[in-house]
Design a protein around this ligand. Structure first.
Ligand code: BES
Ligand code: MN
Ligand code: MN
Length: 457
């Protein structure tokens, strides 16, 4: 282990420079204009895997963006860790809110600032560098396979058929993912649950064309006004979602689980001052920690219609649209919630408008065990690296493929993320701490070692 850590220590600059090169590639998966760059990022990863010492490296074609594969099987009798990550990123918009261009990484104040720095290029690349460090010092204690995809931010559509078709190739003992956050650098944590997602787009249509708001105003329904009140009705004064059946399958945590969850270090004052809000808001009867992890949500992610360009145009629009996300918790089903939403939304539409609900990608919630060998290995690795036992914690975000690992490959996942909520993922000025990048590279070989050792017994 000492040799591995020495190799990491003496290659810090090289590790950072390579990450910066990767961050320069604008691999935005949702926008076809960047298709060439997404492929460039895939090739970059394959090349780095190969030079780190992986065998069978391959940019695997799919119906969408490719999946990068590579492995090192030192002994088929030893356990195998399947590392998953993603090389695609969210769009950088709104560009004007960035202090430096999103794809021209800046290293400043202990942070690397760029789109994808924490989600997930920085976190995924730690695994390649940790692997290189074990390979170059002859300390790899078990087998490893890498599966790095390019469609995570758009729903991982190609990953499911890829796993179905490659069960043998991907056979392993556990999946290791770094794509989540910790409570803080002083309070390391391991994510043991993620929310699911149901995402819909709605369109409300009033008159068949845009109208003069003076000539027709007052005589017909305005679809923006109607959409606004329909959306407002989806939550009651207690912050409860009003869709019938929405809470039917929601897992209710025991009082002691809720108590434990609320022991995590969290300051509501800091939370509010960080976000510059006077007061928090959420479902009555639950704390902010609970509202953002074990409770489901409904939020408008975007809303548009009518005239929004500079100046004023007196127009009564024909259409209004919104994109709505619902975060789901254990036992809720994404398809069922989408269906309930659609039925309810159509049923509350007044006669004078037509509504259309279009489902987008979704995903199921996930809970990962804390009583497994792999969890123990992760817990020990983090304790060694941070000098503090990590706290198991439910996260509010979604990584839908965690449930595919279980269903298709029969594997449990370890969500050993090193990000922080302050990383601004999906937002302007996304960043990743150099402390976290190097700490992750140090912790991963410890996980490998512990997992190999504990599996022997
Ligand atoms: N890495 C995030 C998920 C995440 C971040 C989980 C922080 C926990 C803590 C992932 O890349 C992501 O953004 N997922 C999407 C869902 C996906 C289907 C687009 C999300 O959560 O919005
Ligand atoms: Mn991610
Ligand atoms: Mn993301």
């Amino acid at each position: 282990m000492k040799k591995t850590q020495e190799y990491i220590e003496s290659n810090k600059d090289k590790f950072l420079n390579e990450l910066v090169d990767l961050l320069r590639i604008p691999s935005v998966s949702t926008d076809k204009a960047y298709a060439g760059d997404v492929l460039k990022a895939a090739n970059f990863i394959r090349e780095k895997l190969a030079s780190a010492g992986a065998d069978n490296t391959e940019v695997c074609e799919t119906g969408g963006y490719p999946i990068v594969y590579g492995d090192k099987i030192i002994d088929p009798a030893l356990p195998t860790i399947l590392v998953y990550g993603h090389y695609d990123v969210q769009p950088a918009d709104p560009l004007e809110l960035w202090d430096s261009p999103p794809f021209e990484p800046v290293v400043k104040d202990g942070l690397v600032i760029a789109r994808g720095a924490a989600d997930d290029k920085g976190q995924m690349y730690m695994h390649i560098k940790a692997f290189e460090s074990m390979m170059k010092t002859d300390t790899l204690p078990c087998n490893v396979k890498f599966m790095i995809e390019g469609e995570e931010e758009i729903g991982s559509d190609s990953l499911e058929p890829f796993m179905e078709a490659n069960k043998e190739k991907l056979a392993a003992d556990v999946v290791l993912v770094s794509d989540t956050a910790m409570i803080s650098n002083e309070a390391p944590s391991i994510t043991v649950g993620l929310r699911g997602l149901s995402y819909v787009e709605v369109e409300v249509t009033g008159p068949n064309r845009d109208l003069h708001s003076g000539i027709y105003g007052g005589g017909v329904a305005n679809p923006i006004n109607i959409l606004s009140s329909m959306i407002a009705s989806l939550q009651d004064e207690n912050g409860r979602i009003t869709i019938p059946g929405f809470y039917d399958d929601v897992e209710d945590l025991s009082d002691s689980d809720r108590h434990n969850l609320n022991q995590a270090p969290f300051s509501l004052e800091e939370y509010k001052s960080d976000l510059e809000i006077n007061a928090e808001k959420g479902e009555a009867g639950y704390t902010t920690l609970e509202r953002t992890s074990i409770r489901p949500t409904l939020d408008v992610n975007g809303i548009w219609g009518g005239y929004t360009a500079p100046g004023a145009k007196t127009v009564l629009p024909s259409k209004a649209n919104a994109k709505i996300s619902m975060r789901l918790v254990p036992h809720q089903s994404s398809d069922k919630i989408t269906e309930l939403f659609q039925k309810h939304f159509e049923s509350i539409a007044p006669d004078y408008v037509k509504v259309k609900v279009t489902p987008h990608h979704g995903g199921e919630p996930a809970v990962t065990p804390t009583d497994s060998t792999a969890y123990k290995a992760a817990e020990m690795a983090m304790e060694e690296a941070f000098g503090k036992k990590p706290i198991p914690m439910r996260g509010g975000g979604s990584i839908p493929i965690v449930t595919y690992f279980e269903r298709i490959l029969g594997l449990k996942t370890i969500l050993m993320g090193f990000g922080l909520d302050s990383n601004k993922i999906h937002s302007p000025n996304e960043n990743y701490g150099l402390f976290n990048y190097y700490k992750g590279i140090e912790t991963i070989p410890l996980f490998f070692k512990n997992f190999a050792d504990l599996s022997k017994r």
